[in-house]
Design a protein around this ligand. Structure first.
Ligand SMILES: *[C@@H]1O[C@H](CO)[C@@H](O)[C@H](O)[C@H]1NC(C)=O
Ligand SMILES: *[C@@H]1O[C@H](CO)[C@@H](O)[C@H](O)[C@H]1NC(C)=O
Ligand SMILES: *[C@@H]1O[C@H](CO)[C@@H](O)[C@H](O)[C@H]1NC(C)=O
Ligand SMILES: *[C@@H]1O[C@H](CO)[C@@H](O)[C@H](O)[C@H]1NC(C)=O
Ligand SMILES: *[C@@H]1O[C@H](CO)[C@@H](O)[C@H](O)[C@H]1NC(C)=O
Ligand SMILES: *[C@@H]1O[C@H](CO)[C@@H](O)[C@H](O)[C@H]1NC(C)=O
Length: 690
């Protein structure tokens, strides 16, 4: 607080508190939560639930329900199941988002109005055996498990009083903070380390003031204080310093997928500095009198770490731990294409045989105009097709996808301006940018003009994240021994549904329903996985913030429902009857989950199987057969509501293959020609030589 009176400091703190979030980056597939969980209101309950989005309170989608009832337990939440890539075949997932301030197109013919990067990452955990999809048990083992939670409060956090706590004190603090009922994307230990580690004091703060009154017991500023977060607000267990800067200089739980930039000259920097390919360091210390390492250390650099009896340790990011290998046989194997290293998998101190990651993809970001949440110039939504990872152990993972949208100006050099330029009147240093400055433009002789500049947001990061989803291993066998489908080598395309219930103004800044990708071009060899999730509580009621409440749509209020029925061409809205179907009659069922659909027979050799498939997709799994099956037959089960109200909100279809042709389909409930289109197109190319 050099050179600033306490009263002025207090006023500045107040000013930064009342600044409204109003920027934005919203992910639409996978459904971005924007910190929502299951709210019936248009506004989210808690902008601090899991991460700092800096987005409007109305954005985001609820997590999915498994059934036609709102979930009350975590086990009743539908986690999307995306099949992992095989050792050869790839699995594709299209991420789609909107970003408000423009990006892309930095070449000279196409200059933009800011500097920007979009960073796409995911975090995954091996599914702990103890969890078994039920973390309600609340044992110590489940405190770090990724989850959506069933209430919208932020996880608690009790800070350490001093740096000398013993392991019991630490464990108690952790156990008393973490609740199994609340969402969790980063662990308690990760945030605790961020809280305790000194902030990087070389970072540019402009004229933002980090108030020593907030240092609490430790008496110094940890990495929770940043220019964008000068009051050290906490959101979930996200580390503010890590959030604001990329690539981060310490280890993180995030794996880099892609960096989309305005200036591709910077790609080599991102690709070489990514934690995917470069180890990062932390200072580690032991609990006094033990051989057990703490999760935390004050020291953020090697010199101070060593001087204070710490160990400055390198940690590696990794895809997977190869449990089958020891130090001797970890690296010296050239039989497969996999790069292994005997190293420390963050956050573990103990080395293992790690399967390493590739450098992230880096590309020019799709061009978008400013002040607009819309498509790219191509007329298509901003999107990135993620090739999902292949895990050697063929075990499921729970994961979260994260997108950050980072914008900065050229009023100062955003890459080289550091703390030497922080506002410091006492030493006569003026920050190159200051809060709401008055400027003399020369033409007005008796006054000045005021600019709207918030230095906490002059250079600002927005974020959205998915709910928890699973990357599951592919089935080992196609269901039909007579086919030539090799489940390891085929490519799998995910087709999902984006959007939520309501009309265009009611859902904004989220979007209305559509299939995603709504036009998919594949070959006869490829497999399509139709899958979607929906909520039963998208009522979009008040409080509705600065938008409209309401959930216009068909069927029961608040509910998302989808199905697939065929139409003859994209201009039409009446479905074709089964006897005119090409989609269902030609689809080949490659695999389906026989434990979920245990009454239906989709074995292709069976005459009825085509009709059964049409039944399954149009009734969203509500019916499994026409007659003869015990519980889910058209004959015996309570009639399916004609707007799908009593069908389930989430659905995973059988894996399908199609012969060459074009197939058009709609959702019979939501498609309403004059105000809502939910139509998909699938174009399949022949692989036969021309
Ligand atoms: C800031 O950067 C300049 C070089 O541009 C360097 O000389 C100076 O040491 C840096 N200051 C800090 C605090 O890192
Ligand atoms: C955002 O851009 C600034 C440069 O203006 C950079 O220092 C920072 O690391 C970037 N943060 C992210 C999350 O990309
Ligand atoms: C993704 O963006 C590219 C470039 O704009 C576009 O060609 C493609 O069709 C888009 N994909 C989807 C699924 O919208
Ligand atoms: C279409 O719009 C009308 C009024 O504009 C509304 O009453 C109706 O619910 C809408 N349909 C859907 C599918 O939302
Ligand atoms: C639908 O099938 C009927 C009877 O099989 C046939 O007469 C009719 O031409 C078909 N319509 C279309 C559009 O293919
Ligand atoms: C479909 O949209 C039209 C036009 O907005 C609206 O008048 C109509 O009520 C909607 N249909 C239904 C069944 O909601």
């Amino acid at each position: 607080m050099r050179g600033v009176t306490p009263i002025l400091a207090a006023i500045l703190v107040l000013i930064s508190l009342v600044h409204q979030s109003n920027g934005d980056c919203y992910m639409h597939n996978p459904r971005g939560s924007n910190n929502r969980l299951n709210e019936r209101s248009a506004n989210r309950n808690n902008a601090n639930r899991l991460f700092d989005s800096q987005n409007n309170n109305r954005g985001g989608y609820n997590t999915g329900d498994k059934t036609d009832d709102p979930f009350t337990e975590e086990t009743e939440i539908y986690y999307m199941n995306y099949f992992q890539s095989g050792s050869v075949g790839r699995s594709f997932l299209t991420a789609e988002w909107t970003n408000q301030h423009g990006c892309g197109g930095s070449d000279n013919n196409d200059p933009h109005k800011l500097n920007c990067q979009i960073v796409i990452q995911y975090t995954c955990q091996a599914e702990p055996e103890a969890v078994n999809n039920d973390i309600a048990a609340g044992s110590d083992d489940t405190l770090d498990v990724l989850r959506d939670g069933k209430e919208t409060n932020t996880q608690d956090y009790t800070a350490p009083d001093n740096l000398n706590e013993n392991q019991n004190q630490y464990n108690n603090r952790r156990a008393n903070s973490v609740s199994n009922n609340r969402g969790l994307h980063e662990t308690f230990g990760y945030y605790d380390d961020c809280y305790v580690r000194e902030r990087n004091s070389g970072l540019f703060l402009a004229d933002q003031i980090i108030n020593s009154g907030q240092f609490a017991g430790l008496g110094y500023a940890g990495a929770r204080f940043t220019r964008q977060n000068p009051n050290a607000n906490r959101r979930g267990y996200e580390c503010p310093e890590e959030r604001d800067y990329y690539p981060y200089w310490h280890p993180t739980p995030w794996r880099d997928v892609a960096v989309l930039v305005d200036d591709t000259d910077r790609c080599s920097y991102y690709q070489s500095e990514s934690f995917n390919v470069k180890p990062k360091y932390l200072c580690r210390e032991k609990f006094e009198g033990t051989e057990i390492y703490r999760d935390t250390s004050k020291w953020n650099n090697e010199a101070e770490c060593i001087a204070n009896a710490g160990e400055w340790l390198d940690f590696y990011n990794y895809l997977e731990i190869d449990e089958g290998r020891n130090q001797a046989n970890c690296e010296n194997d050239n039989n497969d294409q996999i790069t292994r290293k005997w190293a420390r998998p963050y956050p573990s101190i103990t080395p293992s045989c790690l399967i390493l990651l590739q450098e992230p993809d880096c590309q020019q970001a799709g061009w978008t105009r400013v002040n607009h949440l819309g498509n790219s110039r191509t007329g298509y939504p901003l999107n990135y097709t993620i090739t999902l990872p292949y895990f050697l152990d063929q075990a499921p993972r729970r994961c979260v996808l994260r997108i950050r949208y980072n914008i900065s100006t050229d009023d100062y050099d955003p890459w080289y301006t550091n703390s030497s330029y922080n506002e410091d009147r006492f030493n006569r240093i003026r920050s190159p940018v200051i809060q709401n400055p008055y400027v003399d433009v020369g033409s007005i002789t008796n006054g000045a003009l005021r600019l709207a500049i918030n230095t906490a947001q002059f250079g600002r990061t927005f974020q959205d994240r998915s709910h928890v989803h699973m990357f599951i291993p592919r089935p080992t066998n196609a269901i039909t021994p007579d086919t030539t489908v090799n489940m390891d080598t085929v490519d799998i395309y995910n087709v999902n549904v984006r959007g939520k219930r309501g009309n265009i103004v009611q859902v904004y800044p989220a979007v209305e329903y559509d299939f995603i990708p709504n036009r998919l071009y594949i070959t006869e060899n490829d497999i399509v996985h139709f899958q979607w999730t929906g909520s039963n509580t998208h009522n979009n009621q008040n409080p509705a913030g600065d938008g409209q409440a309401g959930d216009a749509g068909e069927g029961r209020g608040g509910t998302d429902r989808h199905n697939i029925v065929e139409i003859a061409n994209a201009d039409m809205n009446y479905p074709v009857p089964f006897h005119n179907s090409t989609l269902f009659k030609s689809a080949q069922v490659v695999w389906y989950d026989m434990s979920t659909y245990d009454e239906i027979n989709l074995i292709p050799s069976l005459e009825e199987s085509k009709k059964n498939l049409a039944l399954l997709l149009s009734s969203v799994g509500y019916y499994q057969c026409f007659t003869g099956c015990a519980t889910d037959s058209v004959e015996n089960k309570e009639t399916l509501n004609n707007l799908l109200d009593n069908a389930y909100a989430s659905f995973s279809a059988p894996l399908l293959r199609f012969p060459a042709g074009s197939y058009n389909y709609i959702c019979s409930r939501n498609n309403n020609f004059t105000n809502r289109s939910q139509k998909g197109l699938l174009v399949v190319r022949s692989t036969a030589p021309a």
